[in-house]
Design a protein around this ligand. Sequence first.
Ligand SMILES: [Zn+2]
Ligand SMILES: [Zn+2]
Length: 454
Amino acid sequence: MKLMVVLMCMTAIPVNSLQNIGWIWHVTDFHYDFSYWSDQFSCNNEVTSPGIYGDYWCDSPWLLIKDSIESMKEIRPDVDFLIWTGDNIGHIHDEHLSIDQNMDTFRNITNELKRQFPNIPTYATLGNHDYYPSDQFSPNTSEIYQRIGEMWKDWINDTEQVEQFKNGGFYSVKTKYGLRILGLNTNLYYTSNKVTTNLTDPAGQFAWLDQQLTTAKTNNEKVIITAHIPPGIHTPSNVLWFRSNFNERFLNIIKSHVNDDTIKVAYYGHNHADGFKIVYKTDGTPAFPVFNGPSVTPWRYKIPVATGPPHNPGIRLISYDRTTGQPINILTYYINLPESNANNKTDWKLEYNFTHAYGIDDVTAPSIHKLTERMVKDRSLVDMYYKYKDVSVTNSPACDDNCRNSILCGFSKSKMDEFNSCKDSYTGSANTVLKPAPVIITTSMCLMYFMHMK
Ligand SMILES: [Zn+2]
Ligand SMILES: [Zn+2]
């Protein structure tokens, strides 16, 4: 009977479609603290007995970074490529850093990835902490772009695109199965970047992105977008990381190509939280999903008005269609940090299987859109999303109504005015239009300040 079921299943799945399914690792926000065992520059509280794999108040010791990369190899070595979305430098003041110091960290992590995944390309992008001075990404070529371009040139594997990277920190490559990867430098649009404040198109990346999407459409290529800082609103803290004019411009470029069915998915980091969004076509139907990977660093922020939630280190494995770039499912792995420290060893476990946990067939935009509709009616699904956001920390505080409404609106509303109107529609209060609760403004402003200022 068992054999019959297996045979029936095998004949039900066309061989071609099995061959077309590949795997991708997405890893982000390592945030190495070289001073973890001495000055603890990144730690937001005094940590008297630091664990060997890290502490919720601090950035990653080297052992955690090395262990996470080794575990990726152990869980699945035969991926088609890796996506690495930046922030490798700790939340450490510039006075303790230098270009050379940052480049050492880059070299060490790059070498570790190359050692564990030989001959497999990593499509890497820069995070706001990776620059020196922190966040101040240049709209022109710079020593940092040049030096990192050299480290990553065999991954980019295209002389012209290596030069492109050296000129602005972004590039375009084609996978061996013909997918177009656009690795963007969205740090140019970050509110904390003072260098680009008065520019309309820093490093010419907007014009370049528009052109890349037009060319991809002409050549019938499918596109995967990857970058560190995501556009839109991070919830439930309700932060827009991009300057609003840059956010608008970015969304408009995406919108002008969204009906083409060219962009299949976008992968981002920076939030230190697991999450997703959906981008819609102009007729309102779902176009493509956006996934935010959880960070490796367990570091939690602490500011006068708020303290960030603790979260466990996470990494994620994505199955996808090699021809269309369409993601099929996402498996997120994690360690329980205190448990790993107590045991003196890590046990990277499956935190959740996306389609099983949420009861959907795949992670296409239409499936996730339907899920968000269910989430409006079913509070337990929002609670599940909230739990995974912080990578299954057991004592995470509950998500209240305000938090729930933010999460629901953040799935589809990426401009602050639309987002606020959406939240008002949930609270049902016409009088509060344009007036989010004052505490939210304070918290999100401070969070924005703190995420880049340490
Ligand atoms: Zn980060
Ligand atoms: Zn960041």
